[in-house]
Design a protein around this ligand. Structure first.
Ligand code: NAP
Length: 247
């Protein structure tokens, strides 16, 4: 058990992996700010589940692309809980298509939400974390940020970018007591992967040594460890949570 009550912001905490992380941190006694963009009902349900189990959570609508909205979210977090100790950059989208067909908008949307969104949140959270001389930042990357994937040039570039952002943040902020790590999930069953065909899912499955798709809890369990005091000496690392897909 960590010594003090901490506060976490989970971007995209309304659904999927972000929701599982928010629930796990909430159950571990951490105050949680559940950020969302459009799924207010789902965000509300996640908060209710945390509160129903004795935890503390609020929801906050902000588009991570927009620095002013992100900065307001940080201010509200500090007003409500007095501290920001943990930032989980989870919000993400896909706009999959082959390079030749990819529109500028497909490229820009994915880079702006997945990569610039994380930059915006890190920038806004860093000042209070530096003052505290303590903080933990986790970026949710992806195995395809390491491997690449046909039809996902925009998404893979954003997820590879997050790995560079993680290592740079880790080096820049280590002296201030702030750690930054990334997790790289493989194929996790959420709304994002729901739209893929059964054939593609079966192809993935053949290449996963542990022979099953991942669950949001598989990711949340590792994130919960990385934001705990047990991970105080770990920074700048990328943790693959993929059933052995990349090794
Ligand atoms: P998901 O179920 O589609 O959920 C995406 C979340 O991101 C939602 O909560 C959504 O909120 C939020 N979001 C989207 N745009 C946003 C914006 N502009 N501002 C704030 N929030 C925004 O996706 P998921 O599968 O859980 O994925 C979560 C993260 O894990 C993503 O970064 C994804 O790239 C990464 N990942 C997923 C997998 C996988 O297999 N599922 C694998 C590797 C990595 P609203 O609904 O409110 O818009």
């Amino acid at each position: 058990m960590d010594s003090k009550i901490k506060t976490a912001i989970v971007t995209g905490g309304s659904r999927g992996i972000g929701r599982a992380i928010a629930l796990k941190l909430g159950m571990n006694g951490i105050n949680v700010v559940i950020n969302y963009m459009s799924s207010s009902d789902e965000a509300e349900k996640t908060a209710e589940e945390i509160i129903g189990n004795g935890g503390n959570a609020i929801i906050y609508k902000a588009d991570v692309r927009n620095y002013a909205e992100v900065d307001d979210m940080l201010k509200t977090t500090l007003e409500k809980f007095g501290t920001i100790d943990i930032l989980i950059n989870n919000a993400g989208i896909t706009r999959d298509t082959l390079l030749m067909k990819m529109k500028d908008q497909d490229w820009d949307d994915v880079i702006d939400i997945n990569l610039k969104g994380a930059f915006n949140c890190i920038k806004a959270a860093t000042r209070p974390m530096m003052k505290q001389r303590e903080g933990k930042i986790i970026n949710i990357s992806s195995v395809v940020g390491v491997m690449g994937n046909a039809g996902q040039a925009n998404y893979c570039a954003s997820k590879a970018g997050l790995i560079g952002l993680t290592k740079s943040t880790a080096k820049e902020l280590a002296a201030r007591g702030i750690t930054c790590n990334a997790v790289a999930p493989g194929f996790i069953e959420t709304d994002m992967t729901e739209k893929l065909s059964e054939t593609i899912k079966e192809q993935y499955l053949k290449n996963i040594p542990l022979r099953r798709l991942g669950t949001p809890d598989d990711v949340a369990n590792v994130v919960a460890f990385l934001v705990s005091d047990n991970a105080n000496y770990i920074t700048g690392q990328v943790f693959h949570i993929d059933g052995g897909l990349v090794m």
